[in-house]
Design a protein around this ligand. Structure first.
Ligand SMILES: NC(=O)c1ccc[n+]([C@@H]2O[C@H](COP(=O)([O-])OP(=O)(O)OC[C@H]3O[C@@H](n4cnc5c(N)ncnc54)[C@H](O)[C@@H]3O)[C@@H](O)[C@H]2O)c1
Length: 339
């Protein structure tokens, strides 16, 4: 096929973003249908992005023989069930993170997807970010030597609405899940132990909803490396996304992206631009890159770059982190699931 035909399930923030990026930037893909339980949202995304068909129910997309692949961009608690239905309908799948809040459910989806023989890519877009990817490429080229330390700073500019927090699965599953994926990606190794500390320091309402807004997470990898992640739901200066990898031969570190690199120097102070505000600004290019990678994998029948095991492992780490914080002790990943 010269164009992979795509149906999008869920026309909210991320579904609309993928629709726009495919329609305007990816020559070998086209969105031919979009669905949302709120049909007005599907209609709006279809109109704005030149998508010829919209529907309230995603089954219409799964039944359409002209659709090669679906993007699952609905809320997290629907991902695994829709993925299993899509696999049984023979559609390739791109699924937003996390695959599910339950490790057991992810395993169930993995079994069905593998049995049906369709591709499934997970939406860990940060691997495709120009800075984070450059750090990893340096390690792959051998420039860093043996990897000893992975340091990830990952702070949001402002907390999401409290209703979002309540349904999110908590900071580890919702937010740090990206960082757990990044940690595995940068270390080139699996995490076997987690020691997590969390606190409510930025927003009392998050504490009242049973979650934390600030965390420090220490990781141990099978290759001997160690990792540290620091998270906050509220960095007053904007989205703070930095990765540093330290090894026997050197160190690589990315800075935040800013609207410009201009520094102003005056009699009183030196100032610079704040980081780009949030994920829609900072990671836009990476969303297009991950989608290009998925569409190429479908078109050329090659393996996806971020597969279902990459969806499973961070969920295990997230559950280990939650147990570690709750019980105030290091927790091995195989306490959650022995792989
Ligand atoms: N990779 C990333 O950086 C990133 C960023 C944002 C969100 N996400 C993930 O994407 C998912 C969606 O997040 P969002 O921010 O776009 O949420 P959102 O609430 O903006 O959009 C979700 C949409 O799905 C629709 N929906 C609900 N049930 C549906 C169903 N059964 N079929 C079709 N549509 C349905 C809702 O009406 C809504 O329009 C979440 O799992 C989230 O974790 C990932």
């Amino acid at each position: 096929v010269d164009k992979v035909r795509i149906g999008i399930i869920g026309a909210g923030r991320i579904g609309s973003l993928h629709a726009k990026s495919i329609q305007s930037n990816i020559a070998n893909g086209e969105v031919t249908a979009i669905s949302d339980v709120v049909v007005q949202a599907a209609e709006k995304a279809a109109r704005e992005n030149g998508i010829p068909m919209y529907a309230a129910d995603y089954q219409t997309l799964l039944k359409d023989p002209k659709i090669d692949a679906v993007l699952i961009c609905s809320p997290t608690n629907t991902h695994a069930d829709i993925a299993m239905e899509a696999a049984r309908a023979g559609k390739h799948i791109f699924c937003e993170k996390p695959v599910d809040l339950s490790v057991e459910k992810i395993l169930e989806a993995k079994a069905v997807v593998e049995k049906c023989g369709v591709k499934m890519q997970i939406g860990f877009n940060r691997r495709f970010d120009h800075n984070h990817k450059r750090v990893r490429d340096l390690a792959l080229e051998g420039a860093l030597g043996d990897i000893h330390i992975v340091k990830i700073t990952s702070r949001d500019p402002a907390p999401p609405p409290i209703d979002y927090i309540k349904a999110s699965g908590g900071l580890f599953m919702d937010m740090a899940i990206h960082d757990f994926d990044m940690a595995r990606f940068q270390a080139g190794s699996e995490v076997y132990e987690v020691y997590a500390h969390g606190a409510v320091l930025a927003d009392q309402a998050i504490g009242e909803a049973g979650d934390v807004d600030t965390a420090i997470i220490v990781l141990k990898f099978l290759n001997g490396a160690m990792g540290i992640i620091d998270n906050s739901r509220k960095a007053v200066y904007g989205y703070d996304q930095r990765v540093e990898v330290f090894g026997s031969k050197g160190m690589a570190a990315g800075r935040n992206d800013t609207p410009s690199t201009v520094e102003f120097a005056g009699a009183e102070c030196v100032t610079a631009d704040k980081p780009l505000y949030f994920f829609l600004e900072r990671y836009m290019e990476s969303y297009t890159a991950e989608m290009r990678s998925f569409i190429n994998a479908v078109q050329n029948d090659t393996p996806v770059e971020v597969g279902i095991d990459d969806g499973l492992r961070p969920a295990i780490i997230a559950q280990a982190a939650l147990r570690s914080m709750t019980e105030n002790r290091p927790v091995r990943c195989d306490e959650i699931l022995r792989l």
